[in-house]
Design a protein around this ligand. Sequence first.
Ligand SMILES: Cc1cc2nc3c(=O)[nH]c(=O)nc-3n(C[C@H](O)[C@H](O)[C@H](O)COP(=O)(O)OP(=O)(O)OC[C@H]3O[C@@H](n4cnc5c(N)ncnc54)[C@H](O)[C@@H]3O)c2cc1C
Length: 421
Amino acid sequence: MRRQALIAGGGIGGLAAALAISRAGWGVRLYERAPVFSEVGAGVQLGPNVVRLLHDWGLQGALERVAAFPERLVVRDALSGQELGTLPLGQRALKKYGAPYLTLHRADLHALLLQGVQARDHVWLKLNTPVTAYADSGHAVTLRTQPAAASTPGLHPVQAAPLLEVEGDALIGADGLWSRLRQQMLNDAPPRATGHLAYRAMLSQIRLPARLRSQQVTVWLGPRLHVVHYPVRSGEWLNVVVIVQGQVAGDLQSWDHHANAADLQQAMGQTAKLLQDLIQAVTDGGGKDSPSWRLWPLSDRPPMSGAHQQAQGRVALLGDAAHPMRPYLAQGAGMAIEDAAELGSMLAVARDPAFDVPTVLQRYALNRWQRNARVQARSMRNGQIFHARGPLRWARDASMKLLGEKLLDIPWLYGAAPRML
Ligand SMILES: Cc1cc2nc3c(=O)[nH]c(=O)nc-3n(C[C@H](O)[C@H](O)[C@H](O)COP(=O)(O)OP(=O)(O)OC[C@H]3O[C@@H](n4cnc5c(N)ncnc54)[C@H](O)[C@@H]3O)c2cc1C
């Protein structure tokens, strides 16, 4: 009898977990609350630490068809436009870390994971099915879901569909920042508002003047703001993210807000002409009926403090459910994929019913939590350094000019994830 894993959430982390766990020889049942599998229209950077895992899963060809492979990362002063430092990527990353650094559309990454999962036997994917709770008896775990009600508009009022219960050997909470499963497992405080807002846009590079098109990762650092842009869709599109400090009124759980381009332009007031031109061109590129910019209030949690936050009994958390972070190291999805790979390795051991699932999940948590905490802490610190003013800004710029590549490269992150096993 095949052991069964239940997964809550079909984002990048949940699908990566479904792929890794199915490759480990388990059956998988994944429950996603949304009516379709989809991702937001935004980009994602993947370091060699993550790309290596995707290659191991047989996704190299699929990645090569949709990703961009930037040759370098350039850091600039957002006020003067001056170059502060450079990190060669391309061949250097490939040689040093055994995999490239790449940038792609989130929907492309999500789609290639989904295709990978759909190509496997013993995997069931269920849409329209929010998970609500679980019960861990010690011998098995039962997941409670509430499938969306079927209704005939105009004829019957929408009726609540019956609760469904499904039993498995292990349950993986990949239900994101506002995770229901985390809430039940840890009952801790909700995610905190960071006071940072992300304006995100993506557009075809053909719609930009030639001098604003780019095939590299560029990071502009300014007082209380920074901007990151990089190519996606094989380099044909440009993804732009502007992070500013501020608050939005309203629901933090709804990420994707309509953005007011005038607010953004005001925030960019003092910045270098080239950067202002880019922001203006992206705004103009969108048009009135389909505005380019969307606004995302950013929330996070303090860095993890122990393995108990990543697994208890037959339940394990993964990705943003376990360790949401500020996106200033570009590794949130990366850590979700690393979690998934680690789960796959651990559950391969527990394919044999002689192995105790809670012990194996505990090992997963022990192997992952410190690295996740380190990445969360480094992401937070990057935010302070990126947005620095006064003497800290001066010190940052001076050390970046002096050390450049040494400061920007992160061998402990881009090299293989350390393991205790
Ligand atoms: C501005 C910005 C830029 C970023 N850039 C990068 C980057 O360059 N590189 C990088 O690695 N990371 C980046 N990240 C982080 C990355 O987006 C997240 O860490 C990653 O998406 C987390 O994936 P996840 O699967 O854990 O969660 P999610 O993507 O949130 O997926 C959770 C899934 O669970 C579903 N779900 C939720 N509740 C339930 C429920 N009760 N029942 C069933 N299903 C449920 C949701 O519908 C969703 O499909 C960025 C984030 C932001 C905000």
